[in-house]
Each structure stands twice: as C-alpha cells, then as structure tokens.
Design a protein around this ligand. Structure first.
Ligand code: CMC
Length: 397
C-alpha cells in the first residue's frame, strides 16, 4: 500500500500551495498578499482588505466603490431567515445561531451548489462565485446583529446600506429606532481594525475546515458554516470568550500564583497563550493592544485589564511558559476590548468569525482555481481488531 506518513494534528504537513497570507512564526511577521498587517492597519479598511485577500490585489477606486456598494446591497436577509433566527431559544449561543443560519442560507441560494443547479461541476462559474462572496460578506453582519438582538429580546434592525460596513454593523446592534443614531467613530475605527487583524491567517483550523469541506465541491454557505463551527472551539476563535471567563474566575491579582500553579499542574490552560506557528510573539497581539488603549479612552478601562496585565507578566517570567515558547496570542486582549465596548462575552467568537469570512473565501477562490484540486481524503493507521467472527446475542453472557 506504499509508505504513509503518520502526522497527527498535521504538525508537519503542508496541504496546499497558497498565495493568500504569509506567517513567519520565528520573526512574528504576518503578510496579507505581501502587505504587512501593520501597513494595512495604518492605510486600509476591512472591506478593502477583504477584496485584497479574495482577489489578490488592492482594488482601484472604481473597484473599491463597486465592491462596497454591492456588499452593502447584499446585507438584507430574507424574512424567513429572520423568522428562523427568532425561533432559537432566548439563551442560544450567538455562534450556534450564526453557524445554523449561515448554513440555512444555502437553501435560499441553491444555484450556489453546482450539482443542485445541474451544472457541470468542473466548470466554475466565476460570476456566480463572486455574487456568493458579496452575499456572504454582506449578510454576515446582519446575521450577527440578529443573533445579538435576539439575545437581548429586541426587534431586529434593518441594515442601512448608505453606511460603511462596520458602522452599519454597530448601528444594527444598538440602533434605538432613531434614524440619526451613529456609533462613536473611535469605536467604529477600532472594530474595523480588529476586523483587519482577524481577517486571515493561512491554514489555521477553520480555514483548513473550509478547504476540506469545499474540496467535496459543496456550496460556500455550507462550507462557511463548517469553518465557523471549527472557529467556535475554545482552542481557536472561542479563545477570546474563554480568556474573559478565565480572568473573571481569577478575579484579582493575588489569585494569579494559584492559577499559574493549576496551569503548570495541567488542571487548566492559560487561555490566549500559545500558538502553533508563532514561537517568539504574535504580532497581532501587540496590534490588538494598541486598539485596546484607544477603546479604553472612550469606554473607560475595563477593570479586568489589571488582572490580564499581571497574568501576562507572571507567565512571561515563568519557566514553564518560557521553555515552551508560549506568548500571548491575538485572543489574549481582544476580549477585553469587546467587553469594554459592551458586547456580551458569548458574542466574542462571532466578532472573530465575521472578518475571518474574507480569509475563508480567499482560500475558497484559490482552491477552485487550483489545478491540483482533489477531494481531501487523508489516510489512517488502523490500530483496531483484525477480522473476527460475530457472536450472536444468544451466545453472549
Ligand atoms: N496553557 C498552558 N500550556 C500550554 C498552552 C496554554 N495556553 N499552550 C500550550 N501549552 C503547552 C502544552 O501543554 C505543551 O506542553 P507539553 O509539551 O509539556 O505537553 C506545549 O505547551 C506545546 O503546546 P501544544 O498544545 O503542543 O501546542 P499546539 O500547537 O498543539 O497548540 C494552541 C496551540 C493555540 C491550541 C495552544 O497553545 C492552546 O491551547 N492555547 C490556548 C488556547 C488559545 O489561546 N487559542 C487561540 C490560538 S490563536 C488564535 C486562533 O487561532 O484562534
């Protein structure tokens, strides 16, 4: 049967050739399509970054305007999707609502599934794909806003497609029915920056899920739902929520030594620390911290910040973490920003999912254009029983 490489958790497997993003784990460098994340934060905005990721180049002025306009016209949801979301329990986790309702969108756009549309599945319809990208990015914020409004028992707000992407999202969350309601510009800018920081990160767990599901040639709505499910886990995008629960549990600075002892005893994990690729620092973590201070200026300092800073310092000076090269990752401080902004803790992973959609779609696009595309089907090393006779129930004790 030939030689098989056993590589649990894909520690050492490169499964694609990709041009979307580059991570240098030793030097802490992150590039989207060759552009430094720091430069994108300084000069760009989330929707432009989404375009860059998906199509490979920065848009010209006309393309940028068209892209934004089309995405914003796709923010509206079918009334039945709203009804579906209203049917969730009042305390349903926002990620659960999002994962289900984005999958439900596939039933509203069956033409996105080439086999259902009766098309030749090997013939990729680029125009059709582009339409789905705009729909998915546009509707994601409306689904998320609905999930939030449902949790607080309020009516859903309609999108305002004359606003920018991130501003409209914040408006849909909070709008009190006042036509002139506008979120604070510093908070719009902060969230947009966080969207850029979270947009893409090469072959992480959820992007791998996106590609794996997509390799069966299913529609992108179903694949995004699967990718979002992978992101929901506490070791991945759910870590931002888990960090805040951890900080609340620690409660105050004097409890940190006890908590660190529990981590070293392997009873707990230090959430928001460690990364498969970054071994010296996660450049996103310091960018998140810059955003954090700007948000605190508007919203006031989040009281848990004191515990977070002391916990980070304690870990960075402890041999357990130093010897394993564990540093704060993107999720360590992002939750404190969301908390300061007033988001409920279980909403945080969804704030990661919304922007990561552009990374998933960039990989989707690249996948469909890949001449080496085949269904992903790894092998296993079988360690079970050899063939054995079946014992009927009457002969069992
Ligand atoms: N707390 C305590 N010990 C840890 C931690 C942590 N957060 N992370 C890694 N370790 C230990 C781990 O126990 C292992 O020790 P040993 O060799 O003695 O068994 C060693 O460090 C290597 O860790 P690993 O689990 O083999 O590393 P990995 O590459 O498989 O996992 C990780 C990476 C991010 C899942 C892991 O570091 C972790 O669980 N971190 C906490 C969750 C988290 O913050 N996730 C967000 C990741 S960044 C954004 C994203 O991708 O969503």
């Amino acid at each position: 049967e030939g030689l098989r490489v056993y590589d649990p958790a894909f520690l050492n497997t490169a499964v694609v050739k990709s041009q979307v993003s580059y991570v240098d784990g030793e030097r802490g460098i992150l590039l989207y399509r060759g552009y430094r994340i720091e430069d994108l934060l300084k000069h760009s905005n989330y929707l432009e970054v989404a375009y860059l990721l998906i199509y490979g180049e920065l848009p010209d002025k006309l393309q940028a305007a068209g892209w934004e306009k089309q995405i914003m016209t796709h923010t509206y949801l079918h009334v039945k999707v709203n009804d579906l979301m209203k049917s969730f329990n009042y305390d349903a986790h926002p990620m659960g609502m999002f994962i289900s309702s984005i999958a439900a969108l596939s039933t509203f756009h069956p033409e996105a599934n080439p086999s259902l549309a009766g098309a030749n599945i090997f013939l990729q319809d680029v125009k059709l794909c582009n339409k789905q990208f705009k729909r998915i990015i546009g509707k994601a914020t409306t689904l998320a806003a609905n999930a939030y409004r449902h949790r607080i028992g309020r009516e859903f707000n309609s999108p305002q497609n004359g606003l920018g992407y991130t501003e409209n999202f914040l408006c849909m969350l909070d709008c009190l029915g006042e036509a002139d309601y506008r979120p604070h510009p510093v908070l719009v800018d902060a969230l947009d920056k966080l969207f850029i920081i979270h947009a893409e990160h090469e072959m992480n767990c959820s992007t791998t899920a996106m590609r794996l599901i997509g390799s069966s040639l299913v529609d992108p709505y179903s694949a995004i739902s699967g990718a979002a499910a992978a992101l929901y886990g506490p070791l991945h995008g759910g870590a931002n929520e888990a960090v805040v629960h951890m900080l609340e549990e620690i409660g105050s600075v004097e409890n940190i030594p006890d908590f660190i002892a529990q981590v070293k005893n392997r009873e707990k994990k230090l959430m928001g620390f460690g990364h498969r690729v970054y071994k010296n620092f996660d450049p996103r973590a310091s960018l998140v911290r810059d955003v954090l201070y700007k948000v605190f200026e508007v919203c006031g300092q989040e009281p848990l910040m004191k515990v977070a800073v002391a916990l980070e310092q304690a870990a960075l000076n402890d041999d357990y973490f130093v010897s394993r090269r564990l540093y704060p990752n993107v999720d360590f401080y992002s939750g404190l920003i969301y908390k300061a902004m007033g988001f409920p803790t279980d909403f945080f992973p969804l704030l990661f999912a919304i922007p990561r959609i552009s990374g998933w779609l960039a990989h989707w696009n690249e996948m469909l254009a890949d001449p080496d595309l085949k269904i992903w089907r790894p092998r296993q090393v079988y360690t079970g029983e050899a063939a054995r006779p079946f014992v009927p129930m009457s002969e069992r004790p």
